[in-house]
Design a binder for this molecule. Structure first.
Ligand SMILES: *Cc1c(COP(=O)(O)O)cnc(C)c1O
Length: 361
């Protein structure tokens, strides 16, 4: 095997090594089937067990009661931007959005394109999306309120979710799902493209409160209707089998090796303090997100100038630290430290950053 690097990619991103090893170990003969999981029918008992297990693990990890359905939908998180207003808007009511960056902006655009009555009730655009808006007021008349729990590009994250009263919250949790526990009860729908924190690309995990399904208009195409997925157990057509299989293994790792979301949260907080404390004390690196809005998943920072940033990324890559270049739309540097990135990797990165500063500071 070649040497594995410290992987700080934003997405697709690092997966836990024990999961990759498990995939490798059972790749040629999945559970005595004499076939790879890549080759078995999605209607077989083998795959049925896998998808059922993934759903059950999601429910256990997030503490979802019987009031929620868990489905897998292809098309990534971006497909959800379109499906949410299509399925869950209500006649005569506005749909409310909170704009905290690129992904929220795209979600808003997809609702507008469908002619929905979109209201942006809060935004941090004036601050260059460097923070989470404060004191968000939700009007009880809205059909739902949509927000992005973690802003992958700008490195901001909601520490506490907005209060919405009886209006269902909808959240894009693509880049921080399963990173911390939270109360699911105010949520009408939660979605996450798998490739940041829970698996490979190719599927979105969608959690929908059962009462929301009553809103789904009858006239929608089957593949764009949430009820198709809940009624058919995500198998109206062939699902992203390999992605779902890997998600199940990641969730198993979370449950059995890590010990659940409270433990995961503690580890993520430790990783966050290791790197942010170092950045703050360095006098060389500078965090780009407001302190009270900082993300524990995507750490965005700058160096004194862009030339140094280029050298930093190049030298880091050479030294075995991958994925540190900031998103092409914002520049700078970004270390994505999702669940699968260990404390050891963050400590090694900080050591590298410290050495780099000594040579270039
Ligand atoms: C990556 C990302 C998306 C887009 O995901 P796709 O699966 O590529 O559509 C949407 N929202 C957030 C918060 C993301 O991080």
């Amino acid at each position: 095997m070649g040497k594995r690097i410290y992987n700080f990619n934003a997405g697709p991103a690092a997966l836990p090594l024990p999961v990759l090893e498990e995939i490798q170990g059972e790749l040629l003969d999945f559970k005595g089937s004499g076939m790879s999981i890549l080759e078995v029918s999605h209607r077989s008992k083998w795959f049925e067990d896998v998808i059922n297990e993934a759903v059950e693990r999601t429910k256990r990890l997030l503490g979802l009661g019987d009031g929620f359905e868990v489905v897998f939908v292809q098309g990534g998180a971006s497909m959800q931007f379109a499906m949410i207003p299509m399925n869950l808007a209500l006649n005569g009511k506005p749909v409310d959005y909170i704009n905290t960056g690129t992904w929220a902006t795209k979600a808003i655009k997809e609702a507008k394109v469908q002619g929905k009555d979109v209201r942006v009730i809060a935004s941090s655009e004036d601050q260059g999306f460097s923070c989470i808006p404060e004191g968000v007021r939700v009007d009880g008349n809205a059909a739902y309120v949509h927000f992005t729990s973690n802003n992958t590009i700008k490195g901001t994250q909601w520490a506490e979710f907005p209060e919405s009263g009886s209006v269902p919250l909808i959240s894009d949790m693509s880049s921080d799902i399963m990173s911390r526990p939270f109360d699911p009860s105010p949520f009408g729908l939660i979605y996450a493209g798998a490739q940041k924190n829970i698996g490979p690309s190719g599927t979105a995990l969608v959690i929908i409160r059962k009462d929301m399904l009553e809103r789904v208009p009858a006239g929608l195409p089957a593949m764009l209707k949430y009820s198709t997925y809940t009624e058919e157990g995500s198998m109206y057509n062939t699902p992203a089998c390999f992605s779902i299989y890997t998600i199940n293994l990641v969730l198993k790792w979370l449950e059995e090796k890590i010990g659940g979301l409270e433990k995961m949260d503690r580890i993520n907080k430790e990783k966050g303090s290791v790197i942010y404390d170092f950045i703050d004390k360095s006098g060389f690196y500078k965090g780009t997100a407001a302190r009270d809005s900082r993300s524990l998943m995507n750490v965005t920072f700058r160096l004194p100038n862009e030339d140094l940033e280029k050298v930093f990324v190049a030298e880091a890559t050479k030294a075995g630290f991958g994925g540190l270049k900031g998103h092409r739309s914002v520049g700078g540097c970004r270390a994505s430290i999702y669940n699968a990135v260990g404390v050891d990797a963050v400590k090694a990165l900080v050591e590298f950053m410290s050495e780099f500063q000594k040579k270039n500071g």
